[in-house]
Design a protein around this ligand. Structure first.
Ligand SMILES: [Ca+2]
Ligand SMILES: [Ca+2]
Ligand SMILES: [Ca+2]
Ligand SMILES: [Ca+2]
Length: 472
């Protein structure tokens, strides 16, 4: 064997090994490329999702910042200032994505967060008002009242703890105010189909599965608008605030230190008027809202008490909110209280008193009132049983003013607004809002990834408080 040939063979073997090595390396590299390509694309998906999430978060933070600004810098002359600014910033762009905040109310899609005060707070409604709502029977209405009233005695058709135990439920009525809309669905007789309607994920937005008929759950009528069932009329989230429209804490007329001078500084009026108002405010069963339906001279001499009986309905009287049948001696001509005595207050002053004063020490937030500036004809008509013409007149009067209605004085002279109508309404109406729900969708520019957040915020005290956070 010559060495040349041996050498040649070895070279041949090396060559083969090299070729094999190159082939294996090439195969490995190709394999690695596939893996790293997959990882990169997975990385991109992760990044896109993160970008969408942060875009949604940026939208929510923007809304909260605007709400806090308006709590600190209220504009008593413009009831719509906050709402308009929220609306103007309902869409925003970041370097990597966008946010988009909108909601549907009474089938109409609106930009910006949902004002919880546009709906009736279920904790303020009595049985009769609940039964005004379509498909709410007496048994369901009583079960709702039983759920939140402090006693454990069921109404005739109602349901307290034993009813739920008897049906193997692991829960019982709270015997306190509802804390969320979702809680309402636990009540005997309340079907999610009725409460949510088409808005199956309760985000106040029309999602694809909520507008495709029977193709996917839930069933819907595929008409391009969100029919949100009872949830379109009712909330459990709206809350009262210790702050008046001026931004100062409300002036407590029952407090010892509040004298006529302090009252007159806060709400301009004559001394006899201030004296009469303090006398009324300190009488048992006084309710400031009665000033809308009866003259101060009548109220302060105790003749107007009959219309002031009853609670706000939170303790569940059978017809709470409807007990103000008596006008307390008010005489009305042409739809407005006659204020003949010099001690009586003109409507504008009544409005300011309701905006700035209180007769209760604020200890914790209670069920919030309905904001006349954002509520719907449907709520006025289908919950408060207003006749359609009057409901529409109220909405028209509000819509005619770009700054909205800054006090309830603005509705007192609407034709047809009799004390009988106004008395129950005055208990639940207001001109401001504190709790909003922000249904925010973030989108990444990378492949259009989406992320949704639904956040309920109470701006009544600073810093704003997040009442609910969810990612549907
Ligand atoms: Ca109860
Ligand atoms: Ca929805
Ligand atoms: Ca569907
Ligand atoms: Ca629909």
């Amino acid at each position: 064997m010559n060495s040349r040939s041996a050498h040649h063979n070895r070279r041949g073997a090396v060559l083969v090994i090299v070729i094999w090595a190159v082939a294996i390396a090439a195969a490995l590299a190709a394999g690695l490329q596939v893996v790293s390509f997959r990882q990169a694309s997975m990385g991109n998906q992760v990044i896109a999702r993160l970008q969408a999430r942060w875009a949604a978060r940026a939208g929510v933070e923007t809304m909260i910042a605007i709400m806090e600004y308006h709590t600190e810098n209220p504009d008593p002359e413009d009831a719509m200032a906050l709402i308009s600014e929220l609306e103007d910033n309902s869409y925003g762009e970041l370097e990597t994505g966008t946010w988009d905040i909108r909601h549907t109310l009474a089938r109409v899609e609106l930009a910006g967060p949902l004002d919880e005060h546009s709906k009736a707070n279920i904790n303020l409604l009595g049985q009769v008002q609940l039964m005004n709502i379509r498909d709410v029977g007496m048994d369901t209405a009583q079960a709702i009242v039983d759920w939140r009233d402090s006693n454990t005695e069921p109404g005739l058709l109602g349901a307290e703890a034993s009813f739920y135990q008897g049906r193997g439920k692991s829960y019982a009525p709270r015997n306190k105010d509802f804390r969320s809309s979702a809680e309402v669905e636990l009540v005997a007789g309340v079907m999610p189909e009725s409460f949510r309607g088409e808005d199956w994920n309760l985000n106040s937005r029309l999602d694809a599965n909520e507008d495709d008929g029977e193709f996917t759950w839930p069933e819907d009528n595929e008409d391009g608008a969100l029919d949100a069932g009872w949830s379109d009329l009712l909330t459990a989230s709206s809350r009262t605030s210790p702050l008046a429209i001026s931004g100062q804490p409300r002036l407590n007329l029952k407090a010892q230190e509040t004298d006529t001078k302090i009252l007159m500084e806060r709400v301009p009026m004559s001394e006899p008027q201030a004296t009469a108002l303090l006398a009324y405010a300190r009488s048992p069963n006084a309710r400031l809202e009665q000033l809308m339906v009866a003259p101060l001279s009548t109220l302060s001499t105790g003749q107007g008490q009959s219309g002031a009986q009853g609670s706000q309905g939170s303790q569940g009287g059978a017809s709470a909110g409807r007990t103000g049948r008596s006008s307390g001696g008010a005489s009305r001509r042409g739809g407005s209280v006659q204020q003949q005595s010099p001690n009586n207050l003109d409507p504008a002053t009544v409005g300011t008193v309701l905006n700035e004063c209180t007769i209760e020490e604020f200890t914790q937030p209670k069920a919030g009132k309905l904001n006349i500036n954002t509520t719907t004809e449907e709520v006025l008509r289908d919950v408060f049983d207003l006749n359609p013409r009057l409901a529409s007149a109220i909405i028209q009067r509000r819509d005619a003013k770009s700054a909205g209605l800054t006090s309830l004085a603005a509705i007192m002279d609407i034709p047809g607004m009799t004390p009988e109508v106004l008395s129950p309404l005055s208990r639940v109406l207001d001109v401001q809002s504190f709790v909003f729900t922000i249904p925010c969708k973030g989108r990444s520019f990378m492949g259009g990834a989406e992320h949704e957040m639904v956040v309920t915020v109470d701006r009544s005290t600073l810093p704003a408080q997040i009442l609910m956070y969810r990612e549907p």
